[in-house]
Design a protein around this ligand. Structure first.
Ligand code: GLU
Length: 443
């Protein structure tokens, strides 16, 4: 059977590292098994969902290379949800309940005071037809609850192993609100059945949900798929990540932080697994190495500083051909030798801009010892500057001035670049070229 997985974000916000990790795990499993990856847009909440967020999600996934084979939106499928709800009603598994939010709150308070778990008491199941008719006549609108079996539901989770949810300790979940709108639970099951989803991979916060949803799968005549629940991401300090997720939006990492897609994928594929975290430049490696068995059940720590370090290492491995277009777009395409010289100094690609300026100018030379710099200018090797010139030049200067080490090199770097640090001088020298070198030395 072909594996079919789905990633189901709600377009009520930007994609962040937490949901991309779920998307990536789905993609890696699909690609490794020759399966199908579905992007489902969970936009049943018509008020909070926006087209802009939906477009943003698609743009982010595309940028990351996590492209889907099929896609659909829940808002196109209300007829199917209505039909499924009717089916459950006909089976007596979806029942109307009329309690207001306040009444439910009160019940929960009493239960807590008695030391009981705050589970819905199913009072609505005892309503007579007359009582319901009276409520309806009053204009009171019911919400609709799914009647759980009260039995344990077990499955062999791809990540958590043997997992059991005692449905007797859960409230019958509300599937339809008073205003007729659907909560996430039922549409998701209907979609997973209709799309033929074989494997649901999502965050551990959905584990309890899965217990109820498995019963809904069976009630609708479907077969429950396999499940894999991933431990959630936490911050580097072990604290909750959710508050910080706003700043960990993919769009921001791309546009403000200059993070490469493979840096994000490298880190998110490996945190919380037994594999070492490394900088990968090709998603195929991540696909080949993927295994559910490698996932730990402990929360995975996400450290933005680690992302930056991996980003630098990903950048250093990119070839000129891979970055040429982007360098050109930022006006910093100095050719292959330029890329070779500056790549090891980059933390993000946009840093190439300042190195490009450093070669092309304008540069403000820093000259502290004019005599030494004049001697340097006089001793510059003749002819076109090459990769050998720096070695020759500093060799001659050492002889002539008796300087060595930092005293020998640093004034030259400062005069030629205006900076204390930067790319290898032997690579920079031919890029700056003879004319500009002499011009800067005589500034
Ligand atoms: N829209 C749901 C969420 O983002 C999907 C959960 C699921 O994968 O079933 O939490």
């Amino acid at each position: 059977m072909t594996t079919k997985v789905r990633f189901a974000p709600s377009p009520t916000g930007k994609l962040h590292v937490g949901n991309v990790r779920t998307a990536l795990t789905n993609v890696l499993h699909a690609r490794q098994t020759g399966g199908v990856f579905v992007l489902r847009i969970d936009d049943t909440d018509l008020e909070r969902s926006t087209k802009a967020f939906e477009d943003g999600i698609r743009a982010d996934l595309t940028w990351l290379g996590l492209t889907w084979d099929e896609t659909f939106k829940q808002s196109d499928r209300f007829d199917q949800y209505d039909a499924a709800a009717q089916k459950l009603k006909d089976k007596g598994l979806l029942y109307p309940a009329y309690e207001t939010g306040e009444e439910l709150d009160r019940k929960r308070k009493i239960q807590r005071a008695q030391g009981k778990p705050p589970v819905y008491d199913r009072a609505a199941l005892n309503l007579t037809e007359d009582q319901k008719a009276a409520y309806d006549a009053e204009g009171r609108k019911p919400h609709w609850r799914f009647k759980l079996s009260g039995k344990p539901v077990s499955w062999n989770d791809l990540i958590r192993g043997e997992t059991t949810i005692e449905t007797s300790s859960l409230s019958d979940p509300i599937l339809i609100r008073e205003d007729g709108s659907y909560l996430y639970t039922l549409p998701s099951v209907v979609d997973d059945i209709d799309a033929g989803i074989t494997t649901i991979i999502r965050g551990e916060d959905h584990t309890t949900n899965s217990g109820a949803q498995i019963e809904i799968f069976l009630a609708l005549g479907g077969k429950a798929p396999e499940f894999g629940h991933q431990a959630l991401l936490v911050g580097a300090d072990g604290g909750k990540l959710s508050k910080r997720l706003g700043t960990l939006a993919i769009e921001d990492l791309r546009e403000s932080e200059g993070i490469e897609p493979m840096a994000i994928l490298s880190l998110l594929a490996k945190i919380g697994t037994s594999d070492p975290i490394d900088a990968y430049t090709n998603i195929q490696t991540l696909i080949d190495q993927f295994s559910f068995e490698k996932f730990s059940r402990a929360p995975a720590r996400f450290d933005p500083e680690e992302l930056k370090r991996i980003n630098a290492r990903v950048l250093h491995q990119l070839s000129y051909a891979e970055v040429k277009d982007r360098l050109q777009a930022m006006g910093a395409d100095g050719g292959e030798a330029f890329w070779h010289a500056v790549a090891p100094n980059l933390e993000r690609l946009s840093d190439a801009r300042s190195w490009h300026t450093l070669i092309e100018g304008p540069v403000t030379p820093v000259i502290e010892d004019a005599d030494y710099i004049a001697a340097a200018a006089a001793n510059l090797p003749a002819g076109e500057l090459t990769g050998e010139s720096w070695g020759t030049w500093t060799g001659v200067l050492k002889e002539a001035t008796g300087r060595k080490g930092k005293d020998l090199f640093m004034p030259l770097r400062l005069a030629l670049t205006g900076e204390k640090h930067g790319p290898d001088m032997s690579e920079l020298l031919p890029l700056i070229g003879r004319d500009r070198v002499l011009e800067r030395l005589s500034a």
